[in-house]
Design a protein around this ligand. Structure first.
Ligand code: PMP
Length: 297
């Protein structure tokens, strides 16, 4: 088999990522009844693997999903996917779907055999590198984020209907990507990333409605390490429009500078100085082996 474009683990077997298939009857497909997590490998090492496994376990518990493999086995599967594909920089996903009911036609979620899948594919950026270099243009979407009381955003999920509508709106408006507000008008997150703003030297990120991003945590830790004031806060559209700088954070991209929000130009219409410093520091800490777990090639 040719694993050069990535390796997947599906129904107990390792297959080339492009050939990996799951059943159309899986509730992950028919009901978005699934959780997942994404961890990255940079230069042959996982970044914060334990934190990603912790979050995956919390999401599983919250959604009452029980994968057929224990934590150590899952870590070994992820490692094997990376090693088989021989990737030094990879996007590594773990997925647990509800699966199919053991009893044909049952509509009881407890009757399903939950399925665990995983894959490693070449590194991808949520916001392309050239867009990051000039600073992303964000659109504040008119569609509100799905209420947190219905779909808990701290459990990673495939309920992306609102985020996808936001992306279409952003692209129609000529922007690169979107940020969504909740029904009360508070800033939440975007399709695949957390958002940050900088105002008067202080770093702020929403205190609600968002995934507890592991890159977000890393940035808050880097701020603490370097004496930059940072905190979670309720943020509204007006706050974003008054920002000196903005950036987005995600596993698949790291710290991604923003230069415009809803047509409003920040600073010099380019990545801001603190955003660039945090981005540089983030990758520097990676290179120094911060929270690194070696891949067993
Ligand atoms: N919010 C959403 C909706 C996401 O999909 C992601 C990507 N995992 C994030 C935030 C960022 O989280 P992390 O830094 O852990 O990748």
């Amino acid at each position: 088999p040719d694993f050069s474009q990535g390796a997947a683990f599906v129904e107990g077997r390792y297959v080339p990522a492009r050939e990996a298939r799951v059943s159309i009857l899986d509730w992950g497909f028919t009901r978005s009844d699934v959780t997942y997590d994404v961890v990255h490998v940079r230069d042959g090492g996982f970044f914060r693997l334990d934190d990603h496994l912790d979050r995956f376990e919390r999401s599983l518990a919250g959604l009452r999903l029980v994968p057929p493999h224990a934590r150590a086995a899952i870590a070994a599967i992820l490692d094997r996917c990376v090693a088989l594909s021989d990737l030094r920089d990879a996007y590594v996903a773990m997925i647990c779907t509800r699966g199919r009911p053991r009893v044909f036609g049952s509509r009881r979620p407890a009757d399903c055999d939950n399925l665990f899948s995983a894959y490693a594919i070449p590194w991808i950026d949520v916001i392309p590198p050239d867009v990051q270099a000039r600073g992303a243009h964000l659109h504040i979407a008119s569609v509100p984020r799905i209420p947190a009381a219905s779909i808990d955003p701290t459990m990673k999920n495939y309920h992306w209907g609102d985020l996808t509508r936001g992306l279409f709106e952003a692209h129609d408006a000529g922007a690169d990507t979107a940020v969504l507000l909740d029904a009360e008008g508070f800033v939440t997150e975007g399709p695949g990333f957390n958002v940050f703003m900088v105002r008067n030297g202080e770093v702020l990120t929403p205190d609600r409605g968002a995934l507890e991003g592991i890159t977000r945590r890393s940035v808050l830790e880097l701020c603490a390490l370097t004496g930059v004031p940072a905190r979670l806060a309720p943020l509204r559209r007006e706050d974003l429009l008054s920002a000196d700088e903005m950036f987005c954070t995600t596993t698949a991209g790291g710290v991604m500078p923003v230069s415009r929000v809803d047509g409003h130009i920040m600073g010099n219409d380019a990545p801001g100085p603190l955003s660039l410093r945090l981005k540089q520091l983030y990758w520097q800490k990676h290179a120094e082996g911060w929270h690194r777990t070696e891949v067993n090639y």
